[in-house]
Design a protein around this ligand. Sequence first.
Ligand SMILES: [Zn+2]
Ligand SMILES: [Zn+2]
Length: 346
Amino acid sequence: MSVATQSKMKVAVMQGAHHIDLGEKAKPSPKEGEVLIKVQACSVCGSDLHYYHEGAIGAMQIKEPFTPGHEFAGIIIEGTGKPFGLEDGTLVAVDPAQPCGKCEWCHSGNHHLCPDHLFVGGPPTDGAMAEYIAVPFSTVHVVPQHFSAQQAALLEPLGIAIHALDLAKLRPGSDVCILGAGPIGLYISMLAQRSGAVRVSMIDPLAYRRDFAKNLSADAVFENVESYLDYTKGRGADVIFEATTSPEGPDLATQAVRIGGKVILVGIPDGDKFTLTASLVRRKGLTIKLSRRMGHIYPRAIQYVDSGKLDVNAIVSHVMPLSEVKKAFELLSDYKDNAIKIVLEP
Ligand SMILES: [Zn+2]
Ligand SMILES: [Zn+2]
């Protein structure tokens, strides 16, 4: 093999909205403090789909060919950032967020709120739908070596769901509802079942996602808010999690929650805007919290999966080679082939 071919790698390349395919980029070499990871699994996230649909999330726009992917795991193969004693070939999960470590929010332990962070797989920073990626060792989490790469990659979305549960401070006996039976909504439902919810309901307009939720973790599923409210005799949920991509999602969530209830907004709305009905949220006296990324959660996500008490693979509908990245994005965008979570393997 020539040097020229050795230095290239296969990657997913997104040129802008509705434009993704397999391409080639230079293989990265790790800088000081970084490790080179051979990616073994990278799952497609709802936020990747936002970039695919709109070419942007808010101010983060695709301006040049960009490689998405922030839910990933792989094996360390080299790098100066590797601590002494850590062997090559060690399976690791990687936190895609790289907080600045210097700002007021980082110093107060709220690194997930750092406004100056870099995010792997958020433009312009290339992500892990690639054969290799170099990341700071400080963002690496060594997982139990019996984990599969897929389990390790899915710690990221599981962590997002754990953070949402943390915000909810769920009290035992709570009646919980989740709007949106996508991957994050499903993880939230699995966690709520294990965190004291007396009943977990899910609302999703798609029949296949309702069926999936019912089989996995929901006590009851509904097509819309009206039928859910009928089910609760008009009362609504004690706590509702909004995990959709719809700009109407937050307003619907406030309709489905009880007077004095709690609303946790986790979803990213299409078009970067949502509206609430002021009289409704005011008269109900709601507590509304917005979930941003996750705190220091990887160790708990790892423990949960390691315990065997939560099957992180349970939401995976497809495992596909990275070369089929275009098809993966199309399946998820069109809600075809019962797609829920797709894991890509380079
Ligand atoms: Zn994600
Ligand atoms: Zn910071």
